[in-house]
Design a protein around this ligand. Structure first.
Ligand SMILES: Cc1cc2nc3c(=O)[nH]c(=O)nc-3n(C[C@H](O)[C@H](O)[C@H](O)COP(=O)(O)OP(=O)(O)OC[C@H]3O[C@@H](n4cnc5c(N)ncnc54)[C@H](O)[C@@H]3O)c2cc1C
Length: 410
């Protein structure tokens, strides 16, 4: 089978665009011929255009990937906002009393804990850098796969076919690459939706990410560069529906009350939307000539802002593994090579998934007794240096084995 490309990446949102840009710019993999398949048009936000509804908390490790690919200046120019602190508290506690957790970048000697960045800016900047490095953008959908011994063939929705050494599935939670590869998943619907909008706030956010665990789900206020905060309110589908549909004054009253007035009166400054939440984990991240990254491999609850950060570390680990294989003269699509990627990333992702799912369950629902236990647990973490440090390192994305392709030089 003829190889038209070395890599075909299916899906050009943040994970797929990140893979295209890092493979194309890393010294060990930059000679690869890469195609990226994405049917939806992507345009970089114009200067002065209002901030899109979807933003993400990016870890320091993710920032490093964006810096190394050359995408960071454009993301920063779109107002990516550094946050220095994080405050987490339980519904029956107060942000500055017992039952609250405080993370501060200064405790780790870091400048910040991460940045809140616009998804669309991240995706567009990575795509632009990938194309500048020679990645071919194919404006079509993925249709099917056919495996051969020395290549894999990708058929697209516009009737074309491309042979490749390796196909990377970055096509999200409902990955067609994953199902075509026969990879099964485990997981469940959380029966929750996340309501998102940007809010003006009466009191300054103080470059702090605020998260209150309500019995019906966590409410997060992420600081934006223009003084507003981005809301991610995970709640029951019925309440989410009401919150998206109710009038502006009612919404302002409800979100202000739900955040316990921590930033004074909050008012929506943009449209409101809600997204379904689920947990999904692929049984395998690799098959012969196929690797899964991002939400195609693992979809997690947004409560700790881990989804895209896990995805970017998948990308970096895959670049490391493929780079090492190329140096050794091995075929990057061989299952033995891809299994190394799978073992590495499963070992990192599974504990993160278990932790997020555990937190979600621990803080969901409950009575006064459970609430007391939760507050005691938060107090324990607050007073325990090592556990708190580990959680902060995880938030920064510097816990575990950081791939060489995004590691800071010593
Ligand atoms: C409300 C909310 C808040 C969140 N906040 C955070 C946060 O603060 N920090 C964080 O790290 N994560 C966060 N996440 C998670 C994060 O948004 C996701 O993990 C991340 O966007 C997944 O990116 P992806 O590229 O893997 O998948 P997706 O964004 O789902 O992209 C998949 C891409 O594949 C393309 N595609 C699909 N099918 C095909 C096909 N057949 N052919 C070709 N292309 C195809 C699609 O067009 C799309 O572009 C949040 C999630 C939610 C819901």
């Amino acid at each position: 089978m003829k190889r038209d490309f070395d890599l075909v990446i299916v899906g050009g949102a943040m994970a797929g665009a990140g893979a295209a840009a890092l493979f194309a710019s890393n010294a060990k993999t930059s000679a690869l011929r890469i195609a990226l398949l994405e049917p939806k048009p992507v345009t970089a936000p114009a200067a002065g255009e209002p901030l899109d509804l979807r933003v993400s908390a990016l870890s320091r490790a993710s920032q490093r990937l964006l810096e190394l690919t050359g995408a960071w200046p454009a993301v920063k120019a779109r107002g990516a906002a550094a946050y220095q602190r994080m405050v987490v508290w339980e519904e029956r506690a107060t942000p500055d009393g017992p039952g609250a957790l405080h993370f501060d970048a200064a405790e780790l000697g870091e400048l910040d804990l991460g940045h809140i960045a616009e998804n669309r800016a991240v995706q567009a900047a990575l795509l632009e850098r990938a194309m500048a490095e020679g990645v071919v953008l194919l404006r079509a959908g993925f249709a099917s796969l056919a495996s051969g011994d020395d290549a894999i063939r990708v058929a697209t929705t516009d009737g074309r076919e491309y042979g490749a050494a390796l196909v990377i599935g970055a096509d999200g939670s409902d990955s067609a690459v994953r199902s075509q590869a026969g990879i099964t998943t485990r997981g469940w619907d959380y029966q929750q939706r996340a309501v998102v909008t940007h809010l003006s706030c009466e009191r300054a956010h103080r470059d702090t990410a605020w998260q209150r665990f309500l019995d019906t789900g966590p409410l997060a206020l992420l600081p934006l560069a223009d003084g507003r905060v981005s809301l991610v309110w995970s709640t029951t589908p019925a309440l989410a529906e009401e919150l998206v549909r109710c009038g502006e004054d009612e919404f302002a009253a409800r979100v202000t009350a739900a955040s316990a007035g921590v930033l004074g009166r909050l008012e929506a400054t943009t449209a409101r939307a809600s997204f379904p939440l689920r947990l999904l984990h692929a049984e395998r991240y690799a098959a012969a000539r196929i690797a899964l990254i991002g939400d195609a491999a693992h979809t997690v609850h947004p409560l700790a802002g881990q989804g895209i950060n896990l995805a970017f570390m998948d990308v970096a680990a895959l670049v490391d593994v493929v780079g090492t294989a190329l140096e050794a003269g091995d075929d990057p699509g061989e299952l033995a090579v891809l299994r190394r990627y799978e073992r590495w990333r499963k070992a990192e992702a599974l504990p993160a998934i278990a932790l997020l799912d555990g937190i979600k369950r621990l803080f969901y629902g409950g009575n006064e007794m459970q609430s007391r236990l939760r507050r005691a647990g938060l107090d324990l973490v607050e007073s325990s240096g090592p556990i708190k440090r580990l959680l902060m390192q995880r938030a920064l994305g510097v816990a575990g084995e950081v791939p060489a392709s995004v590691r800071r030089p010593p």
